[in-house]
Design a protein around this ligand. Structure first.
Ligand code: 6PG
Length: 230
């Protein structure tokens, strides 16, 4: 535990996060959630659509994306596709907003307008999302805020088109102001292979380490790989 990172080492971090998420969403009149992509949250989406289906106030929720790859929504790498297949196709009527990453800069501008229209804002005009669900890549990125990329420096926009040279691609991503202004920042992380980077992030390094007041739902395997027990 550090003052800005709360760590929950769980036998099933997905179950623990899902349970906390249900509690949180039921306490908010018009809750908003932003989902990351990647492999880790897939089972969370499936769990929310199955075991927790009846406990989530789906008709009151607005679902957004944290980031999206520069591909169409039908592409196998699309973050939207896995939200669609595992959640939206299983539960009708959910109010979900897709990042049109295939449109590049225009897609980023369009999504910023959607956030502006759909969400309350803080005194600086930053859209307020109740819960952002995040992951961490092996290079310490989160969302599509990759080390050494322009998006890390953006403070005046909520969504940007981010060139990611190390992957020879581009992504659309929420920026630090939006992620930090969210009501809750929950990371879902599994696997001992990420322990070393996680330790670095806990020390404030890499893009994922720049967010504060975060909660981390990690599995015991990852927890066992940490140098020091928080
Ligand atoms: C993405 C995600 C990204 C993800 C990390 C971890 O588009 O890939 O939004 O930030 O959270 O890369 O991905 P895994 O869950 O696959 O390890």
């Amino acid at each position: 535990m550090t003052d800005s990172h709360r760590i929950h080492a769980c036998s099933s971090p997905i179950q623990s996060l899902a349970s906390r998420m249900v509690d949180l969403l039921n306490k908010i009149d018009s809750p908003s959630v932003a989902f990351s992509g990647g492999r880790t949250p897939r089972d969370l989406f499936s769990l929310l659509a199955a075991e927790y289906r009846e406990q989530v106030p789906w008709s009151r929720i607005k679902i957004f994306q944290v980031d999206e790859r520069g591909v169409p929504p039908t592409h196998e790498d699309s973050n939207w596709r896995q939200i669609q297949e595992r959640l939206l196709d299983k539960i009708s009527g959910i109010n979900a907003f897709r990042m049109e990453a295939e449109n590049g800069e225009a897609g980023a501008e369009a999504y910023a307008k959607i956030l502006d229209r759909e969400l309350p804002k803080n005194e600086s005009g930053v859209p307020l999302i109740d819960l952002v669900l995040l992951g961490m890549g092996p290079d310490g990125h989160t969302a599509s805020l990759f080390p050494g990329t322009q998006a890390l420096e953006v403070t005046d926009r909520s969504v940007v088109y981010n060139e990611v040279p190390q992957l020879d691609t581009y992504r659309l991503t929420l920026t630090y102001p939006v992620l930090q202004a969210a009501g809750n920042r929950w990371f879902l992380l599994k696997g001992k292979d990420k322990a070393e980077m996680f330790q670095q992030v806990l020390d404030g390094n890499y893009p994922a380490g720049k967010l504060t007041d975060t909660e981390w739902f990690i599995d015991k395997e990852l927890a066992s790989g940490l140098h020091r027990q928080e």
